[in-house]
Design a protein around this ligand. Structure first.
Ligand code: ADP
Ligand code: MG
Length: 729
């Protein structure tokens, strides 16, 4: 161990050399004669360089002026030491701030000998001071130091710009006096931690309030007592405004989503975090408190049957396909909801998807409506497709718009062929005018009955249809018509057969009368022939009678034949009076057997009626026969023919028979209702049908034990109409 004694000659030299502060010994003129290591380090030169250098070359000129002044002062005996700060150029070129203390050393007689100077590097301190002032002087935030009671000790110049005060106006003032009354109570009531952040409104010099956010720090002394508070405040009016605007638009968005039933979502593909809007939670019946924003959880709300489809769509969306689908979601209630999901994928700069966002719309109502609509269409289609009756629709002009399969079967035409036709193209020529008038009436909204019409099948035969119209009303306007078409050809045939069988039974019954009637003239003829056989003379008188009797036989037989032959409807214009005369002749024989006189009285000669004479004859034979059968003794049956009005022709069959009890009246015309042994109970029914077919009406009036009147009215034939028909035919 080696230690140096103060008496050792190198002791002071060593201490000088290794002292931790910079030291220099300078001449009385100020030139450094000896420098130590610490000073060399401060300035970046080695000892030799520095000793040989004139320090003036490495000091700032303006600082040297002061230094020279002080040196001069000391030499002149003004002071023995001084302190000053000098900026030197470090060898590397940077500035070094040095605090320099100089003492003048004199010899025994007091002459100046040299200067002792020590140096302290102040660069770091200067820099932080400078930095500090730059911050406080130039900060856009307001920096202030305050007493623990909140009195302003210092406040930075930014206060002028942000709050309109000069700093000196606020120094010494209590800050709370400037805070908005509503916020003051809050600030005074809260507790503070050592570093804290508060938001409040501060009064501007011109009176309005400015939103501030201030970070506060308590600065404590060694005992932990708060010495001062440092506060850095910034104007957040803009931020508050933006936040409020943001909040407004967020609220508006939520409102809009609610009205439109559209929720929105955002899915971070990297973390699988999902954010939902409030509306989306509402759609899915999820309370915001229990909402878990993880994809794995949210996917469980999708209906299991739709899950694969949804996942497949997500995969495709990540590959660049549009994300757009409809699916069911499970809700806490028992009913599923239908939603429409749309979304887009966001890519990063490496073209990797990192986010998806989009919307979810509740389409349950729309979906249900759509299903209902589809169901209705299905029902409607089934009704048309499988209906055994034909259904065609017509537009207002009467053109066929659609036809169901049954209509195609009935008509023989395909739907394509039918839709090019006007409905009258199919009609039997005889029905044309009636059908047009009927359709016209229907379009005017008048109640129209079902109608019997004949149409021509594609194969040429005529078929009988019963048609029932139904208006097509769209927005309270008749735009066309559905017509339900029933093929009644078979039914008509049955009716015809029925009529025929009734007729045959009438014929059978008539036969007895006929036989009687024929036997009489035959007996007469036989007598005459016998007489003539034995005489050589001719007997013109007998021959005339014979001819008359033969003609009568011929008439009766031919009428009988005509009646018994099955006839198809053969409408033409007839004089009803002539028809009734023939009836009278035909039935006369039977009446005579019972001593009943059939009288025909007509109020005129011409009674044109559009009819099938055979059927009409059958009708009146029925009525007269009933009359005869109702009369037990001789009497009269009157056939009265008259005009009922301009349009109707009336026939009354008035008998003097037993009459019909009142309780039986409603049953007349019922098939097989008869009070007679061997009666068919079909006569009235068939007569009624025939009359209806001719557009006529039938009524029966009866008085017990006095007689019965059957009244029939037919539309009087319009001659003009007949002429038109003739032209068309
Ligand atoms: P049928 O003559 O075969 O009995 P109809 O249909 O012709 O069948 O008549 C039905 C019934 O109506 C008759 O059985 C009879 O009771 C009653 N009737 C019809 N016309 C008359 C009439 N002129 N006078 C009394 N009764 C009548
Ligand atoms: Mg009868």
């Amino acid at each position: 161990m080696c230690s140096l004694h103060p008496d050792h000659p190198s002791f002071y030299a060593n201490a000088f050399l290794h002292a931790p502060i910079g030291i220099a010994i300078a001449s009385v003129h100020g030139e450094w004669a000896k420098v130590n290591r610490a000073l060399c380090n401060m300035l970046g030169y080695d000892e030799d360089e520095l000793s040989s250098l004139d320090y003036r070359t490495i000091a700032r000129r303006e600082d040297l002026l002061i230094a020279d002044q002080l040196v001069q002062d000391m030499l002149e005996g003004g002071s023995t030491s001084c302190s000053l700060e000098v900026r030197y150029w470090h060898k590397s070129g940077r500035t070094v701030w040095i605090s320099q203390h100089m003492s003048l050393i004199r010899d025994e007689i007091g002459n100046p000998q040299c200067f002792y100077i020590h140096f302290t590097d102040m660069t770091r301190q200067r820099q932080s001071n400078q930095l500090y002032s730059v911050i406080t002087e130039h900060s856009l935030d307001i920096i202030s130091f305050n007493s623990p009671e909140g009195v302003c000790l210092y406040i930075s110049p930014a206060v002028r710009y942000l709050l309109g005060y000069y700093p000196e106006e606020l120094v010494g003032k209590q800050h709370l006096d400037y805070v908005h009354p509503e916020d003051k109570a809050y600030l005074m009531g809260r507790t503070y931690s050592d570093t804290d952040k508060i938001t409040y409104r501060y009064r501007h010099a011109d009176g309005h309030y400015v939103w501030f956010e201030t970070t506060m720090k308590f600065i404590r002394d060694a005992q932990g007592k708060v010495e001062t508070t440092l506060a850095i405040g910034r104007d957040i009016s803009e931020r508050i405004k933006t936040e409020q605007a943001l909040e407004n638009s967020r609220r508006n968005l939520a409102e809009a989503q609610k009205i439109a039933s559209i929720g929105s979502w955002e899915w971070d593909l990297l973390t699988n975090d999902v954010v939902w809007s409030e509306e989306l939670m509402r759609i899915c019946d999820i309370e915001p408190e229990v909402f878990c924003g993880k994809f794995e959880k949210l996917i469980t709300y999708i209906h299991p049957d739709d899950l694969d489809m949804v996942l497949h769509n997500i995969k495709r969306a990540r590959e660049g396909q549009p994300y757009n689908l409809e699916c069911r979601i499970l809700t806490s209630t028992s009913t599923d909801k239908y939603v429409h999901i749309q979304g887009i994928v966001i890519y990063d700069s490496h073209n990797k998807p990192y986010k998806m966002h989009g919307t979810v719309q509740d389409i349950t109502e729309r979906y249900k409506m759509q299903q209902l609509l589809e169901e209705t269409i299905d029902r409607y289609t089934s009704l048309k497709k499988y209906n055994p009756d034909g259904i065609i629709s017509l537009d207002k002009q009467g053109y066929i718009v659609s036809a169901n399969p049954a209509a195609q079967t009935i008509s023989g035409y395909s739907a394509q062929e039918l839709v090019q036709l006007h409905f009258t193209d199919l009609l039997h020529p005889d029905d044309m005018i009636r059908a047009l008038a009927w359709y016209e009436q229907f379009l005017q909204g008048e109640m129209t009955e079902r109608e019997d019409l004949s149409i021509k099948h594609k194969d040429g035969r005529f078929i009988n249809l019963l048609i029932t119209p139904a208006p097509i009303i769209i927005r309270q306007q008749i735009v066309g018509c559905y017509i339900v078409v029933k093929d009644i050809t078979d039914q008509k045939k049955t009716d015809e057969l029925l009529r025929q069988s009734e007729k045959l039974s009438v014929v059978g019954q008539l036969a007895a009368g006929v036989a009687h009637e024929i036997r009489n003239p035959l007996t007469a003829l036989k007598g005459f022939v016998k007489l003539m056989m034995y005489s050589e003379h001719s007997f013109p008188r007998y021959l005339a009678i014979m001819k008359e009797e033969l003609e009568r036989i011929e008439l009766i037989v031919s009428e009988l034949l005509m009646l018994s032959k099955p006839q198809t409807t053969n409408l033409r214009c007839m004089n009803l009076k002539e028809v009734l005369e023939e009836v009278q002749a035909l039935i006369g024989t039977q009446a005579i057997m019972k001593n009943i006189d059939i009288q025909l009285d007509a109020e005129g000669d011409l009674f044109p009626v559009y009819c099938d004479p055979n059927q009409i004859k059958q009708v009146f034979i029925n009525f007269i026969k009933n009359g005869i059968e109702a009369m037990n003794q001789e009497g009269v049956i009157r056939i009265h023919l008259s005009d009922d009005s301009e349009c109707f022709t009336r026939v009354q069959i008035i008998d003097e028979g037993c009459g019909i009890p009142e309780d039986k009246l409603p049953r007349l015309g019922e098939p097989f209702f008869t009070t007679k042994e061997g009666g068919t109970g079909l006569g009235l029914m068939i007569s009624q049908k025939i009359i209806e077919h001719h557009g006529g009406t039938m009524s029966i009036y009866s008085q017990l034990n006095v007689g019965t009147t059957v009244e029939v009215c037919f539309p009087t034939s319009d001659i003009q109409l007949e002429e038109r028909r003739a032209v068309r035919a």
